[in-house]
Design a protein around this ligand. Structure first.
Ligand code: BES
Ligand code: MN
Ligand code: ZN
Length: 494
């Protein structure tokens, strides 16, 4: 589907569906007035009868005399300024209207409506993002598809001046590229764990590198990881039949001399808990334990598509956490690549065990900043629910930049502490540290564990356990925090 901004005449434009967003007053815009006149005052009558009183109220008219479009949809924006959430709801209505049956071509006039403090460029980008996200359908394993593929081929967005058209089209490109990255991440998340295993993730990385000249992929085998002394990571994969892979994706958008931004994503393609086996209920959702990895893929897809002038290195430790006769036992002590020893008291706290070695490895890239992304703790869901991602950092400037990016992208994070007092909960009688710190403050002690491996660089950790997917009837990956990451990477460009 293509979205383009241009100036058009709403009366003579031949499209399957014309959507006008309107205030519920008779104060029409330049676009709506001619439509009202050409239709003998249809819009004025509808408003007078109270059809469009509240934001989101809508009215569909077929084959209206005086207009060239096949159907006209009027959607009210209400008479109060819109919040971002309300605006997104409005975009949802628009998306539903233009993807209705039989609509191949559509046109939209937003009439300058956007949330408070946001301009029409922001609104155009958001429109492209929402429409792109709505186009995501995961039905490759359904014998009978329940939703037919949307017919919409082309959407024209009305812009009021010719100079604005260029800006709007740039904004549309941005929103579309972001939706591509989000949907890429969602697909990897939703794929079943018997398909999306470490080998599969490595294959997708190689494929990306083949199609994108600025992306390269390098994969480390278990043998190479053993040579690098990644004893902690390898302890997690010990019980699995499918081999672990360390995926390294590099994006070069700036001169070599620019230090890269590193993204490290937890890629546990299935987390059974290992010998510390999880309870059965809801265990299927542990296929989403690679959503950190998926968000690294997604952010790099968007960055490459946007041609961002930055260097990025994406590191994805990919493993399966399974019980078996070879699996790691509670009580085992392993040596991480950093040389620090770890007493594994719970094999279900495996994310930190793969991330610590990946975080040591990434040091060789001399990164400007390192951001790891992980579905790390159930405790983070208890603390923040499904609304905010947990943010932990050893650097205030980086923390602020990430919080701002989340705010701007509508993909918010909330900062939590990594104080010394919490770190002490990781004390072990037998090794340098334990891999768990007790029941209290579980997401904080997990972050403190990671902080022990990131002392040499500027680092932040995003715990996305509550935000990466939705449970229940609408179970599915969200693609978060790709919007936050892409916003952050864009802000670091140049
Ligand atoms: N992948 C899970 C965290 C998780 C659980 C995310 C539920 C989303 C929903 C992680 O590997 C894990 O099992 N963490 C344990 C840590 C505990 C053993 C210290 C947890 O949160 O229970
Ligand atoms: Mn686990
Ligand atoms: Zn896990």
């Amino acid at each position: 589907m293509e979205i383009k901004a241009r100036v058009f005449d709403p009366v003579t434009l031949k499209v399957d569906c014309l959507v006008l967003v309107l205030p519920p007053s008779e104060d029409f815009s330049d676009v709506a007035s001619p439509v009202n006149r050409a239709t003998n005052g249809v819009i004025a009558s509808a408003i007078k009868d109270g059809e469009l009183a509240k934001s989101g109220d809508s009215l569909t008219l077929y084959a209206t005399a005086g207009l060239a479009c096949r159907r006209l949809v009027l959607i009210s924006c209400g008479d109060k300024p819109l919040s971002e959430t309300q605006f997104d709801k409005l975009l949802g209505k628009i998306a539903n209207a233009v993807t209705g049956t039989g609509i191949k071509t559509a046109a939209l006039c937003l009439n300058g409506v956007s949330p408070q403090d946001k301009d029409s460029g922001w609104a155009a980008a958001q429109l492209a993002k929402v429409l792109g996200e709505q186009a995501y359908i995961f039905d490759q394993y359904k014998s009978k598809k329940d939703t037919p593929a949307p017919a919409l081929k082309k959407l024209t967005l009305h812009s009021l001046g010719s100079k604005v058209t260029g800006d709007l089209n740039t904004a549309i490109t941005r929103g579309t590229a972001l939706a591509r990255g989000i949907n890429f991440a969602r697909e990897l998340g939703d794929l079943p764990p018997n398909v999306c295993n470490p080998t599969y993730l490595a294959k997708r990385a190689r494929e990306l590198a083949k199609n994108q000249p600025k992306l390269t992929a390098k994969i480390l085998s278990e043998k190479q990881m053993r040579d690098l002394k990644m004893g902690s990571l390898l302890s997690v994969t010990a019980g699995a039949e499918t081999p672990a892979q360390m995926i390294i994706l590099e994006y070069k958008g700036a001169p070599r001399s620019n230090a890269p931004i590193a993204l490290v994503g937890k890629g546990v393609t299935f987390d059974s808990g290992g010998i510390s086996l999880k309870p059965g209920a809801g265990m299927d959702e542990m296929k989403y334990d690679m959503c950190g990895a998926a968000s690294v893929f997604g952010a790099m897809v968007s960055a490459a598509e946007l041609d961002l002038p930055v260097n990025i290195v994406g590191i994805i430790p990919a493993v399966e956490n399974m019980p078996s006769g070879n699996a790691t036992r509670p009580g085992d002590i392993v040596t991480s690549m950093s040389g620090q020893t770890i007493e594994i008291l719970n094999t279900d706290a495996e994310g930190r065990l793969i991330l610590c070695d990946a975080l040591t490895y990434v040091g060789r890239y001399k990164p400007k900043a390192v951001v790891d992304i992980a579905t790390l703790t159930g405790a983070c869901v208890v603390a923040l629910g499904n609304h905010a991602t947990g943010l932990f950092s050893n650097n205030d400037e980086l923390a602020t930049a990430l919080l701002r990016s989340g705010e701007a992208a509508g993909d918010r994070a909330w900062r939590m502490p990594i104080w010394e007092e919490y770190d002490q909960q990781l004390k072990s009688n037998f090794a340098d540290m334990a891999n768990v710190g007790g029941r209290n403050a579980g997401s904080v002690t997990a972050a403190c564990f990671l902080a022990r491996f990131t002392r040499d660089y500027t680092w932040a950790h995003l715990d996305i356990a509550g935000t990466a997917w939705k449970s229940g009837g609408n179970k599915g990956a969200t693609g978060r925090p790709v919007p936050l990451l892409v916003e952050y990477l864009s802000s670091q460009a140049g």
